[in-house]
Each structure stands twice: as structure tokens, then as C-alpha cells.
Design a protein around this ligand. Structure first.
Ligand code: GZL
Length: 329
């Protein structure tokens, strides 16, 4: 609890100097100011969305391995099971425990002003990772580390356009399985997709529904799409886990998918299982969403510890993977 120790030391020093200033009334000012910090461990309270996807697991692992005891940190990790109210409770607990920093991976963009004002009033810096927050006062957070989700959506549609043209597809009928509605990853990827559909006269969105970034919901949504439409050419899934569910639904309906199949499958994240799915010939392409935020957040915290300025918005680097470069990657 480094920040707390420093605060206590400052208070002790102030009392000691006052005692000296008013004549030493037997107060042992020396012992107050000579108190060494009991620990220079930095305590981090991390509110994680949940464990809904392979991406999320990798993101949690990155934070846990970075903010380890041997690296000089005490990490208090809270899994909100995809519920904002749990994240708000966790942040309040972190404030009560007077942590040195709060890191928040917000489930959705809105609803954070009140609790982040409480953190600001408690003088605890807040770092946002992954999805963005929409607050009235951006001084409520010190920095954000994450992906450019709209660019991910644009990259996916640029790839699809080139692929469809190369295959000589006259019409491109698309089923769209979105992520958790209101999450920046869903907002950005959907924006990139919707703009691409607008720009291509031969593209049609047959259906659009949230698969909540999970495999089970992705399969359920694809099953309903397949019951309603028999002319689906492409399914765009806003994360790999939804795509795994959609692939299961396509096969259960007696159809095929992937580069040699009836339906083109496109997704986001690029988790390990997505590479395996591309090698198996089921998934056509996955657009990377880099989950390794731990080192970037640690860099920010170390700068803040030294009183240095930090960039407010920090994008992570990302690529696109298809069967052609899967084996190497
Ligand atoms: C993206 C992240 C999304 C992933 C999903 O940064 O918020 O949430 O794409 C995860 O796998 O559930």
C-alpha cells in the first residue's frame, strides 16, 4: 500500500515539524519522520469484465503475470461476470482498501461517472483498459489502453471485399453476430461493418443480433439465422468464440463453411483456437485484438510513480490472420 505509507509519512513529518515549530513538548518528532515505509509494494485493484471468451482469459493472464508480487505489486483481481453493478461494487471496495491504482476493463461505455468521481475524490488514479468509457469529465481517468475497434471492423470488411471480388461473388448476403451491445468492441466493429455495407451496393445485411461474445450464444443466434435465411454467404462474428459457436451451428444444419465451404466465416480476436479453426478449414479469417495490456499498464504506472506525464490514449498494435499466414503465426 505504497501510497498510504507515503501519506502517513507526510502526515507524520508535518506533525513532527509542527511539534518542532511549537517547541518540543516531549513529542518524539524524530521517530515520526524516521519511520521507514513498511513496503514499497504497489497495490492495484483490477475490475475485469468476466471470463466470457478466450480473449478475456488471455487479457486476465497478461494482467496477473505483469502485476505479480515478484514484480513489486499486490494485485486485487475482481471478475464481474459481465455485470456493471459488480464492477461498481468492486471499485468501491478498492477505494475502501485505499489501493494505489484502480484498473478498469469496463463491460460497457456508459454509467461510470459517479463511481469514478468517488475514486477521484479518494485521490486514486484510474486506468481504463480494453473497452472505452463515455464520461462527462475525462479527468475521471488518467489513461486508456486498448484497440481501435472501428479500424478492426474496417480491416475485416476490406478483406471481405477483396475476397468476395476474387471469388466473383455477385451478391454478398451477410449475417452479423454482434458482441455485447454497448461495449466499445461491439460499437466500433459494428460501425466499421455498417459503413462497409453502405459503401457496397451488392452487400446485404440479412440479420444483426448480439451473441454476447460467447460461444453458446453465438451458436444459438446462428441457429436462428439459418432457420430464417437459406442464402447466407457470410457470417461476421464480433469475436472468435461466437464464430466457434456459429461454425457448430452451420455444420449441425448440414452446411459447410470456410475457404472451401458454403458460408464464409470472419471473426475478431485471433486467439489460439482461431488459428486451429483456420488450419481445420472452418474459419476464413480472424482480425487480431491484442489482449496483452499488462505491460502497457505497468509502463504507465511506473511513469506515474516517477511523477511523469503519460499519454491519455494508447492503442495496441494488431494484425489480420488468414489461412495463408496461419501456419507461420
Ligand atoms: C475486445 C474485447 C472483447 C473481445 C471479446 O477488446 O473487449 O471482449 O473481442 C471479449 O472476446 O469478450
Amino acid at each position: 500500500m505504497k501510497r498510504k505509507v507515503i501519506t502517513a509519512l507526510l502526515a507524520a513529518t508535518m506533525v513532527a515539524s509542527l511539534a518542532v515549530g511549537c517547541g518540543n513538548k516531549g513529542g518524539d518528532s524524530k521517530s515520526d519522520s524516521s519511520k521507514s515505509s513498511s513496503s514499497d509494494e504497489i497495490t492495484i485493484g483490477f475490475s475485469q469484465v468476466g471470463a466470457e471468451s478466450d480473449w478475456r482469459t488471455a487479457n486476465s493472464e497478461s494482467m496477473k503475470s505483469t502485476f505479480s508480487e515478484k514484480n513489486g505489486y499486490k494485485l486485487i483481481f475482481d471478475d464481474a461476470q459481465q455485470k456493471q453493478e459488480n464492477q461498481i461494487t468492486a471499485i468501491r471496495n478498492f477505494i475502501q482498501q485505499d489501493v494505489d491504482y484502480i484498473v478498469l476493463a469496463p463491460v460497457t461505455e456508459t454509467g461510470w461517472d459517479t463511481v469514478l468521481k468517488e475514486a477521484k475524490d479518494a485521490d486514486i488514479p484510474v486506468i481504463i483498459v480494453d473497452r472505452m468509457i463515455d464520461v462527462s469529465d475525462d479527468s475521471l481517468y488518467t489513461a486508456w489502453v486498448g484497440s481501435n475497434f472501428k479500424m478492426e471492423g474496417q480491416k475485416a470488411c476490406e478483406w471481405l471485399n477483396a475476397y468476395a471480388e476474387a471469388k466473383g461473388m455477385k451478391e454478398v448476403n451477410i449475417a452479423h453476430i454482434q458482441g455485447t451491445i454497448g461495449a466499445s468492441a461491439q460499437i466500433g466493429r459494428t460501425e466499421g461493418f455498417d459503413e462497409a455495407v453502405e459503401a457496397h451496393d451488392n452487400w446485404t445485411t440479412l440479420a444483426q443480433q448480439s451473441g454476447e461474445f460467447t460461444q453458446a450464444k453465438g451458436q444459438e443466434v446462428m441457429e436462428s439465422f439459418l432457420k430464417s435465411y437459406d442464402d447466407i454467404d457470410v457470417v461476421i462474428c464480433e469475436n472468435d468464440n461466437e464464430a466457434f459457436g456459429a461454425i457448430d451451428a452451420i455444420k449441425a444444419a448440414g452446411k459447410t463453411c470456410g475457404p472451401e465451404g458454403d458460408i464464409i466465416v470472419v471473426s475478431f480476436d485471433s486467439v489460439k483456437a482461431a488459428f486451429e479453426s483456420m488450419i481445420a478449414g472452418d474459419l476464413n479469417a480472424t482480425f487480431e485484438c491484442n489482449p496483452l495490456h499488462g505491460p502497457r499498464v505497468a509502463e504507465i504506472i511506473q511513469k506515474l510513480e516517477k511523477g511523469e506525464e503519460v499519454e491519455k490514449i494508447q492503442y495496441v498494435d494488431e494484425q489480420v490472420f488468414t489461412k495463408d499466414n496461419t501456419t507461420k503465426e
